[in-house]
Design a binder for this molecule. Structure first.
Ligand code: XLS
Ligand code: NI
Ligand code: NI
Length: 438
C-alpha cells in the first residue's frame, strides 16, 4: 500500500529548543511525570470526523483540503482509504486511540440495512489494522444530527419512527464499539433540544431521551459492553437550546433517571465555554460528583459565539484541566482531539502540526499541573480557608449534627462574626504564574 503522508516520518520528541515544526517540543511519551509516563497520563485520540472527513467546508465556502486520499469520494474505496490514512497518521504522530461516529466510517446508504452491511465491512478492515498496529478505539457514537430525519432531534424527536431510527443507529454503533473494543460510548445530543417552546413538550422529550439511553444501557450490557457511557454536554448549536446544557444539568438528568451508575461525562472545552463556564468549571463539577470520564480536548474562541473546535494551545487552560484530571486520579476515557485545523491550514503538514500543538499543549499542562500540586501552596491555602469547620461548632456543622438553633445560639454568643479571612485571589494567581513560568 502506498504511503499517503509521504515525506513525513514518525514525529519525535526534540525538546523545547527545537525549531523543527514536525517535532514535539514538550510531549515526551516516556517521560515520567507525577509517577507515570506521559503516554499513560495522556491517552490521546484522533477524531475520525475532523481529521479524516472534514475538508474545510463552511457555511460560506467549499472545501479547501483534499481528503480523498487518492480515492473517489463517498465510495467504499474512499472509506478504506480513510482507514489507511487514519492508521498511518496515528502511527506517525504517536496517537494510541481513535473516536468515531457511524457515518464517519462509510457513506450512508438510503437503506439502513445497506449502511449496516457497509459498517460491518469497514470495521473488519479496521480491526485488521488495529491488530497490526496496536491502536485502539477510545469511544464510538452514532451521528443522530446530520441526516434530515433528525431535524427535530433523535430521542427527543416528535416522531416515533425517527426515534426507532435513532435506536437502530445506537444499537449498531454499540455493536461496532464492542467489536472494536472501545472504552466508552458517547451520547452528544446534537439536536436533542428545541428551536421554540411553542411547539415543544419539554417534559416528554426529556423522558424519551432517558428511555433511549436506558435501552442503550440494557442492550450494551447484554452484548458485553463493559465501558462507560458518556453524555457530552453542550448548551446550544445546532439547536437554540440543548437539554444537556452543561455538566451540572447532565448530572441532574442522569441522577433523576437512574442512569448515573452507567454514565459519566465527556467534557469538551469549547462546549463548557459556550455554556458560559470555564473548561475547568465543568471539569470540577464532573470531578466532585465522581462523573469525570473523558475529555474532548479542543479550544474555542471567546470572541466567536460558536463551537470553533480549535486545536488547544492555551497552556493556562490545559494546566487547569490537568490539575482536575490529576486530582481525579486520571480518566477512564482519554483526550479526544475534537478539533480541526483552520480552513486556510489545508496541507497534510498542517494536520500533523495541529496534533503536535495539541499534544505539546497537554504535555505542558500535565507538567505544570503536577508542579502546582507538588508546590502545594494552592491546596494548602484551600485547606486552611475552611479550617473553621475542623473544630467546635464548625465540626458539628460539617458532620451534620448541628441544629439550626445551635448555630443561632453560637451567633448570638459571638454577637457579630469575625471577618472570614482574605480570599487572596491575587496572591494565588501569582503563585500560578510563578509555577507556570519558572
Ligand atoms: C459537536 C460535538 C461532537 C461530539 C460527538 O459539537 O463535539 O463532535 O463530540 O458527536
Ligand atoms: Ni465533542
Ligand atoms: Ni463540539
Amino acid at each position: 500500500m502506498a504511503e499517503i503522508f509521504s515525506g513525513i516520518s514518525k514525529i519525535k520528541y526534540e525538546g523545547p529548543a527545537s525549531k523543527n515544526p514536525l517535532a514535539f517540543k514538550f510531549y515526551d511519551a516516556d517521560r515520567v511525570v507525577f509517577g507515570k509516563p506521559m503516554r499513560e497520563h495522556l491517552p490521546f485520540a484522533m477524531a475520525w470526523w475532523h481529521n479524516l472527513c472534514n475538508a474545510g467546508k463552511d457555511m460560506f465556502g467549499d472545501v479547501t483540503v483534499d481528503k480523498s486520499f487518492g480515492a473517489t469520494k463517498d465510495t467504499m474505496a474512499h472509506a478504506k482509504a480513510k482507514v489507511d490514512a487514519g492508521f498511518e497518521f496515528m502511527q506517525k504522530v504517536g496517537i494510541q486511540y481513535f473516536c468515531f461516529h457511524d457515518v464517519d466510517l462509510v457513506p450512508e446508504a438510503d437503506d439502513i440495512n445497506e449502511t449496516n452491511a457497509r459498517l460491518d465491512e469497514i470495521t473488519d478492515y479496521m480491526l485488521e489494522k488495529m491488530k497490526n498496529t496496536g491502536i485502539q478505539c477510545l469511544w464510538g457514537t452514532a451521528n443522530m444530527f446530520s441526516n434530515p430525519r433528525f431535524m427535530n432531534g433523535a430521542g427527543s424527536s416528535n416522531s416515533a419512527e425517527v426515534f426507532c431510527f435513532a435506536a437502530a443507529q445506537v444499537k449498531k454503533a454499540l455493536e461496532l464499539t464492542v467489536k472494536l473494543g472501545g472504552r466508552g460510548y458517547v451520547f452528544w445530543g446534537g439536536r436533542e433540544g428545541y428551536e421554540t417552546l411553542l411547539n415543544t413538550d419539554m417534559k416528554f422529550e426529556q423522558e424519551n431521551i432517558a428511555r433511549l439511553m436506558r435501552m442503550a444501557v440494557n442492550y450494551g450490557r447484554s452484548i458485553g459492553f463493559k465501558g462507560d457511557f458518556y453524555i457530552e454536554p453542550k448548551p446550544k448549536e445546532p439547536m437554540k437550546h440543548q437539554y444537556d446544557y452543561d455538566a451540572a444539568t447532565a448530572i441532574g438528568f442522569l441522577r433523576a433517571n437512574g442512569l448515573d451508575k452507567d454514565f459519566k461525562l465527556n467534557i469538551e472545552a469549547n462546549h463548557a465555554t459556550l455554556a458560559g463556564h470555564s473548561f475547568q468549571h465543568d471539569l470540577r463539577v464532573s470531578r466532585v460528583n465522581g462523573m469525570l470520564g473523558s475529555i474532548d480536548a479542543n479550544q474555542g474562541d471567546l470572541l466567536l459565539g460558536w463551537d470553533t473546535d480549535e486545536f488547544p494551545f492555551d497552556v493556562y487552560e490545559a494546566t487547569m484541566c490537568m490539575y482536575e484530571v490529576l486530582k481525579s486520579g486520571g480518566l477512564t476515557g482519554g483526550f479526544n482531539f475534537d478539533a480541526k485545523t483552520r480552513r486556510p491550514s489545508y496541507t497534510y503538514d498542517d494536520m500533523f502540526e495541529a496534533f503536535i500543538l495539541g499534544m505539546d499543549t497537554f504535555a505542558l499542562g500535565l507538567i505544570k499541573a503536577a508542579a502546582l500540586i507538588e508546590d502545594g501552596r494552592i491546596d494548602e491555602f484551600v485547606a486552611d480557608r475552611y479550617a473553621s469547620y475542623k473544630e467546635g461548632i464548625g465540626a458539628r456543622i460539617a458532620s451534620g449534627e448541628a441544629t439550626l438553633e445551635e448555630c443561632a445560639a453560637n451567633a448570638a454568643a459571638a454577637k457579630a462574626p469575625a471577618m472570614p479571612g482574605s480570599g487572596r485571589q491575587e496572591y494565588l494567581e501569582s503563585v500560578v504564574n510563578s509555577v507556570l513560568f519558572s
